[in-house]
Every structure is written in structure tokens, then in C-alpha cells.
Write a protein that binds this ligand. Structure first.
Ligand code: NAP
Length: 285
């Protein structure tokens, strides 16, 4: 429950459309409560046609900052005063800080994923990574893993051009370590049977289609591969179950969601969230 609201309460928010199912209010209001901060975090459903007005209103109202989710992660960029180089590379903003009347755009999805790997004792430095899917989430984590020193990043996707676009950004703006290809069983075997980290960024297997799996035969996996799914509902997708059967370490998307929120909260408040609170948040889902 939200702590008491009074004349000194500061406001944080998330904007998107739809927004009703967002878990961010629960995560951030728990953070505010546990840290004893007189802040409140509210969801706002904002239609694309009113995005500019909403952003101006947040600034005029003296808010600390807000999160941005689908469908506004790209649309918001022209309305900001500054965008971090990382968010520019990812071509998406999910966090805005309002500081001295300036709107500064960040992207915490990539670092959220990296922090969830670290929480599971997985480091991306010098690792060979294979990613399936080439949407917004794929771009965010692929760019961040390249910046964090991955040795090789292979992006496989149904629509080849989208995978090529991400690999081009990495190769031209960060380091020549990325490749793109089609996503099929033969190609998967070729790239993924000896990779270090294998990640599903497609929505296949997400509730209510939890019996689906993006890959039929996952026997190419060996126990040396860490297998991640960005999906967190269900907690263990068929994709992760198949990997677990092969003896792989598995990581679902809940940690990424949590850490992208914590990272945003730390940007707004300057507070480093302690491990006790992170552990508590891990269990609210
Ligand atoms: P997106 O931009 O719509 O991209 C989806 C990708 O999946 C596209 O590359 C698409 O291929 C591919 N795909 C979709 N359906 C497919 C199918 N039936 N067969 C083959 N490929 C298919 O979505 P997104 O924003 O990147 O999100 C992707 C997933 O990550 C979702 O499940 C989302 O909930 C999850 N996510 C989790 C977090 C977290 O914090 N844990 C954060 C962000 C996203 P095409 O390019 O060919 O269309």
C-alpha cells in the first residue's frame, strides 16, 4: 500500500498505452516505502496524440521523473532536451529525469539485463552471445552487451533486415563483433551449440501462450551455455524448461524488469538500493 501522501509528496510516474498491467507502480512504490521516501509512483495512460502535452505537464508540475513504455519509447525522443549516448544507440528511452527544468532521457533496459546476469554470477566480458529476436528489447541488450565487452554477438531473427540493423549499429558505432542471420534450426545449431549465453527476446511462450516455444529442438545446447528468456510470465517458459533439461543455468526476465526499475530509481533519487530491498523485490512477483 502507498504510504501517506501530503503537501511534500514528490511524484514519479510511468506513461504508456495500455498501462493497466504494468508492474512498475508496485516495484517503485515498494522502493519508496522501504526507503522511507515521501514519493509516490503513478501510472498514466497517455495516447500518442497527447504525448507532447503530457511531457510538458510533467515538467510544469515539477515532477522528479518518469518511466516510458510501449508505444512511446521512441516517440518521446524529440521532446527531450538531452539523451544519453547509450539511449541514442538503443534508439529508445525508458526513463526520463527532470533536472533543473531539463528533460534527460536514459535507457535502463540494457543495464537492467546486465545487472540481472551479474546477480546470477554471469559476466558478459569476452563471451559469445546468441540472441533470437530483433525487436526493441533485443536492440537494448545487444548494444549494452557490446559496450560491456562481449566477444561476439549473433542476432537471429525471422525478419533478417531487423537483425542486420542491430548488428550494423554495433559494428559501426561500438565494435566489429556482431553478425545477423535468419532464425532456423540449422542456423541455430551452427551458432548456438557452443555459445556462452543464449537469449530469447521473442515474445513466444509468454502468457497466455505458455505452451509455445520459439525453438522446437534445443538438443544443440550443452551445459556450458547460460540460457536466458526475457519473459517473466510464466516464470519458467518452455524455452527455459528445455534448457534446464540439458543441464544449462537458466535466468528469466524478472531480474531484468526489476533491475531496469532499480536503475531508473537510482537515477532519479541518487540513492543506491541495498541488497536487502532487492531481495525483497525479487519475491514480490
Ligand atoms: P518487439 O519489438 O515486438 O520484438 C519482438 C521480436 O520477436 C521481433 O524480432 C519479432 O520478429 C520476433 N517474433 C515475434 N513473434 C514471432 C514469431 N511468432 N516467430 C518468430 N519471431 C517472432 O518486442 P520487444 O519489445 O523487443 O519485447 C520482446 C519480449 O521481451 C516480450 O516478451 C517482452 O515482454 C519481453 N521484454 C521483457 C523485458 C524485461 O524487463 N524482462 C523488457 C522488455 C521486453 P520480426 O522482427 O520478424 O517481427
Amino acid at each position: 500500500m502507498i504510504h501517506s501522501i501530503n503537501g511534500k509528496t514528490k511524484v514519479l510516474a510511468v506513461i504508456g498505452n495500455p498501462i493497466e498491467h504494468s508492474l512498475s507502480p508496485q516495484i517503485h512504490n515498494t522502493l519508496c516505502k522501504e526507503l522511507g521516501l515521501n514519493y509516490v509512483y503513478v501510472p498514466f495512460k497517455v495516447e500518442t496524440a497527447f504525448l507532447e502535452e503530457a511531457v510538458k505537464g510533467f515538467k510544469a508540475a515539477g515532477m522528479l521523473g518518469f518511466n516510458v513504455t510501449i508505444p512511446h519509447k521512441q516517440n518521446i525522443m524529440p521532446y527531450l532536451d538531452e539523451i544519453t549516448p547509450e539511449a541514442e544507440l538503443m534508439e529508445a528511452v525508458n526513463t526520463v529525469k527532470i533536472s533543473e527544468g531539463r528533460l534527460i532521457g536514459y535507457n535502463t533496459d540494457g543495464i537492467g539485463f546486465i545487472r540481472s546476469l551479474k546477480a546470477n554470477d554471469v559476466d558478459v566480458k569476452e563471451k559469445k552471445v546468441v540472441i533470437i529476436g530483433a525487436g526493441g528489447a533485443s536492440r537494448g541488450i545487444a548494444v549494452k552487451m557490446a559496450l560491456e565487452g562481449a566477444a561476439e554477438i549473433i542476432i537471429l531473427n525471422r525478419t533478417l533486415e531487423k537483425a542486420q540493423e542491430i548488428s550494423h549499429v554495433i559494428n559501426s558505432k561500438i565494435k566489429k563483433i556482431a553478425k545477423a542471420d535468419h532464425m532456423n534450426q540449422e542456423i541455430l545449431f551452427h551458432y548456438a551449440n557452443n555459445c556462452d549465453i543464449f537469449i530469447n527476446t521473442t515474445p513466444i511462450g509468454m502468457y497466455p501462450h505458455e505452451n509455445d516455444c520459439p525453438i522446437e529442438d534445443m538438443n544443440f545446447l550443452t551445459e556450458n551455455t547460460v540460457v536466458c528468456d526475457l519473459i517473466y510470465n510464466p516464470k519458467k517458459t518452455v524455452f527455459l524448461k528445455k534448457a534446464e533439461e540439458k543441464g544449462c543455468k537458466i535466468i528469466n526476465g524478472w531480474g531484468m524488469l526489476l533491475y531496469q526499475a532499480i536503475e531508473a530509481f537510482e537515477i532519479w533519487t541518487g540513492i543506491t538500493v541495498n541488497k536487502g530491498i532487492i531481495d525483497l523485490l525479487y519475491n514480490i512477483n
